[in-house]
Design a protein around this ligand. Structure first.
Ligand code: F6P
Length: 326
């Protein structure tokens, strides 16, 4: 394997607050250790279309506090094909890039893994997604900020829910994972959370109503994880309207506002630590691993593990919502 001299950085998939803090940390730690750095724009699309620029420490000044990603991002269909990855490899070589750091979620790391299997390129991943659904890391970059955004919104919804004695179904993101829904339900004091991990045999709506959703309160907030399968918050609101017409129901879908905003201190610190760790990993000769955090320690998680395994939700969290919603 040739010695690494130049590191390419890209962000891919859905943006997440803290991605800029990660770009800053990777760039600065790389330059500190004598590497050249290139910024790759629009994720794998930019690698295929040659949108690559030299990066210095100035390129990453004044960005730690900014949401989104200065490198832009995309979900690349072409990179899923061997032809697309070949183009990407050729562009990388022509720029002298011989290691890649990818900041993104499940799909982005799956791309990095396929690339690393075909070409002799050390690829390092940073978990960047609000969904917190990557196995092997306690938390992902962007998750804490998104959660705080949700809680701020739900606090506001509660004011109007209480004034009108209504049930609100608030839909949050998470793709197939209920971490945002479950934990924001605890933090916002919601009466219930409906999450995909709990949708096996129980009817979560039935449970919520039958345990007396409004025994002691006249309004309720139910956080619903988005779901392609059952239609999310709208679906549950429609059911209540039909099955329990005595209740006054409303729906709020928080949508992409959950992905924006200045990153929280926790996300900035996580991104900075994992960014520095990614360069340590390259110096140690690591390849095809995701940087993770477990019990406040940085860990290297093989791509195969991070992508393949479903990250389990802590069942205690479900109990906490149930107990506290009386
Ligand atoms: O993976 C991050 C995420 O925000 C998911 O929670 C959501 O399902 C998806 O991306 C939305 O993607 P897009 O911005 O492409 O609509």
């Amino acid at each position: 394997m040739e010695p690494v001299k130049c590191i390419g950085i890209l962000t891919s998939g859905g943006d997440a607050p803290g991605m800029n803090a990660a770009i800053r940390a990777i760039t600065r730690a790389a330059i500190y250790n004598g590497f050249k750095v290139k910024g790759i724009y629009r994720g794998y699309e930019g690698l295929i279309n040659n949108e690559i620029k030299d990066f210095t420490t100035e390129n990453v000044s004044n960005i730690i506090q900014r949401g989104g990603t200065i490198l832009k991002t995309a979900r690349s269909e072409e990179f899923r094909t061997p032809e697309g990855r070949k183009k990407a490899y050729e562009n990388m070589r022509s720029h002298g890039i011989n290691a890649l750091v990818v900041i993104g979620g499940d799909g982005s790391l799956t791309g990095a893994r396929a690339f690393a299997e075909e070409y002799d390129i050390p690829c390092i991943g940073l978990p960047g997604t609000i969904d917190n659904d990557l196995y092997g890391t306690d938390t992902t970059i962007g998750y804490d900020t998104a959660m705080n955004t949700i809680v701020e919104c739900v606090d506001k919804i509660r004011d109007t829910a209480t004034s009108h004695d209504r049930i609100f179904f608030v839909e949050v993101m998470g793709r197939d994972a209920g971490f945002l829904a479950q934990n924001s339900a605890i933090a916002a004091g919601a009466e219930a959370a409906i999450i995909p991990e709990d949708q096996t045999d129980v009817d979560q709506l039935e449970e919520f109503i039958s345990r007396g959703c409004r025994k002691t309160k006249n309004s309720s907030i139910v956080i619903v994880s988005e779901s392609k399968k059952d239609g999310g918050a709208m679906h549950y609101a429609e059911r209540v309207k039909k099955e329990y017409p005595q209740y006054d129901v409303r729906v709020t879908i928080l949508g992409h506002l959950q992905r924006g905003g200045s990153p929280s201190a926790a996300d900035r610190i996580l991104a900075s630590r994992l960014g520095v760790a990614s360069i340590d990993a390259i110096l140690e000769g690591q390849r095809n691993v995701m940087m993770g955090i477990q019990n406040d320690q940085v860990v290297y998680v093989p791509f195969t593990k991070a992508i393949k395994n479903d990250k389990p939700i802590n069942r205690d969290l479900i109990r906490v919502v149930d107990i506290l919603s009386i």
